[in-house]
Design a binder for this molecule. Structure first.
Ligand code: CU
Length: 143
């Protein structure tokens, strides 16, 4: 086998392992209430479903991967709220959706953009954009 062929096979194997790892870790189990990760919500297939109530979002942290389009669906389950992320040009008011591209890894503030009453100023969560790294070499695979 030549060098390129070997490399290809190796990458293929790594890919299969990564896929296998992902699918097994996707199983969600009921987390205990005091679990620090219980309030972290991962985007699934680029979709983030956010629920707003008086006066909080359903997660403290929402995690997406960099580089891909992300769609946020906001659903008001109690009261009337909005969801804005200034740096990404997102501002949903009431039930609705917004799509953006999260190019820069980092943390962004999610806040309610509708004056909704006494807890309005506390309606803040964090959007975490994680660097999407393929095969562990983020700098070389970034476009
Ligand atoms: Cu508000």
């Amino acid at each position: 086998m030549n060098k390129k062929g070997f490399l290809f096979t190796a990458l293929l194997l790594v890919g299969i392992l990564v896929l296998a790892g992902c699918s097994s870790s996707n199983k969600e189990e009921a987390a205990p209430a005091d679990n620090a990760n219980a309030n972290t919500i991962q985007a699934e297939n680029g979709v983030l479903n956010v629920e707003a109530s008086n006066w909080k979002f359903n997660g403290e942290k929402f995690v997406v991967k960099s580089g891909a389009d992300v769609t946020i669906n906001l659903k008001n389950v109690e009261g009337f709220h909005g969801l804005a992320i200034d740096e990404l040009g997102v501002n949903i008011q009431g039930d609705g959706s917004a799509t953006f591209k999260a190019d820069k890894p980092g943390e962004y503030t999610i806040y309610c953009s509708v004056p909704c009453g006494q807890g309005h100023n506390d309606m803040k969560s964090t959007l975490v954009v994680e660097l999407f790294a393929m095969f562990g070499k983020p700098d070389e695979t970034r476009v």
